[in-house]
Write a protein that binds this ligand. Sequence first.
Ligand code: SF4
Ligand code: SF4
Length: 471
Amino acid sequence: MPKKYHISPKATPLDLDFVYKFKIVRGENCINCGKCTKVCIYEAHKRRKDDPRKMADPNTVACRNCFRCIQECPQGALEKSLEKDYLNIGGAYWKPDMLISLWKQAEDGQVPVSGAGYRGTFTGTGFDSMWTDMSEIVRPTRDGIHGREYINTAVDLGRKLNHLVFDADGQLVSEVPDTASLPIPILFDIPAPNLSSNVKEALVQAATEINTCIIMPAAEITPEFEKYSHNIIPCLMPAEIDTHETVLKKARFVSIEYSDAVPNALPDLKEKIKKFNHALTIIRVPAGKDVESIVAKLVHSGAEIIHIVADYRGWELNSSAGRDGRLLKDIIRAVHLRLVEDRIRDEVTLIASGGIAMAEHVPKAMLCGADLTAIDIPLMVALGARVYEDPVKLMIFPEGLDKIPLSIVTQRMVNLIGAWHSQILEMMGAMGIREARRLRGESGRAIFFEEIDRDTFGNLFRTKKRKAANL
Ligand code: SF4
Ligand code: SF4
């Protein structure tokens, strides 16, 4: 059995202001009987340390909204009320509940639970219109988190051969391209601009600790990051390759920004980069309307890894969200199917980013056809950043974040990815898939709402329409 990949979470509360959905208030009529300390399994109610005869203020952060303490308080002294700020954060995509859930996962690295059960809708847009086939959930041995069955989340990056060729003596004739593996299908994407040096270093440390990589503008990789070279992917324009020779010499992967000249120049670019350190080349392609044609062209030109980048809500770039654009789920499916049609799917690794907001989006993106994903905003929410969508994208960091020790900031990001890793294991176990590599394009394990809606009701409505048109 291969050595198990494990992320060690550690309770790491961040003593900074964040938004909560409900505030718990203990009224004056409390008689300090302590019953709420016993009924709340999340320890949101405790006695005061300095005077145990009295109750401390309720810890809203720990609350999971089960309402048990409210029901069982003999005095009716506890009240829960909706926080005003809760309604203002996020937007149509980054919903307030999502942000609060990410924050909580960063606190302790645990799989999020909702004491009040799931109350959302069962379909929506993008990844919300996609369900996964969990028919294997009944098998008690398939428990990835507790290690009853080994579920491997490792993925490979690089170009693969469609088939191997041997000569008459049985010797391998095919030249096998270089590949590299990561233990988890999540990269850290380019950090937001103007982050403090503390946060930037924490991102790099967290990526190193969980053994993934962070994509960073090559110009920002200063000498103090040298010791993390194995886990940093420099990102640059093709013309900047010679300028950043020192950084590229230590890199395992190099990310190149796409331009119209890249497909023709690709063989030379790859050659140039390989001379430094046998690094694999990633082409970073904006997810615009013609992304599938661009990706196909790049693969025909020899691209080994392509990173498709949608906007921060997963929309196609340069589209008016919700009207004429596609969401990341549909973009990945279109690109994957185009490569399958061209019979070149195995020759390239696809990374997808933009709108990967929750753990479930990772396996869903892979079922649609991505090999792995890249994230940025969730890592910032782990540090207490509030995200706003309207009228423009805005991320506000809590005051005092710069004074928080580096180890705490790093551990919160490690916790978040630890919680995501556990959720990915749970989903894979429930789907009966033990290798993350097998998730790619495994659409038979997914149910797409649009498709079942069309299959169930499509004919009915088409008939009515035809009838109305006298056809
Ligand atoms: S159960 Fe009610 S009365 Fe008893 S300590 Fe808690 S809040 Fe006070
Ligand atoms: S509502 Fe539930 S989780 Fe929240 S404090 Fe009360 S008992 Fe604890």
